[in-house]
Write a protein that binds this ligand. Structure first.
Ligand SMILES: [Zn+2]
Length: 92
């Protein structure tokens, strides 16, 4: 009976080894072996600079102002308002 248990353990060990090898072969270092990356989230999180306080903010969270046909991005509405009050890009 002890022989059967040993055989069963050997088969189990081989099975586990085979599964680990199979997983390694299927995904050779994809994403550094980490979490799955949400598709598209990288490009959306492009950083833009607030010209008023010089902070960098993710583009999709930025407050946008149209100025002279171009988009100007701000970290907050307060920065946008202060920028507009100062006369936009002609300030300084
Ligand atoms: Zn700001």
């Amino acid at each position: 009976m002890a022989f059967l248990i040993r055989v069963a353990l050997a088969v189990l060990a081989l099975y586990l080894l085979w599964r680990v090898c199979g997983r390694l072969l299927r995904s050779p270092g994809v994403n550094g072996g980490g979490r799955p990356v949400d598709p598209g989230s990288r490009s959306v999180d492009e950083l833009v600079q607030d010209p008023f306080c010089k902070l960098y903010v993710p583009r999709r969270e930025a407050v946008v102002l149209r100025e002279g046909g171009a988009d100007v991005f701000f970290c907050s509405a307060a920065c946008r308002d202060s920028y507009v009050q100062r006369g936009g890009r002609h300030a300084e």
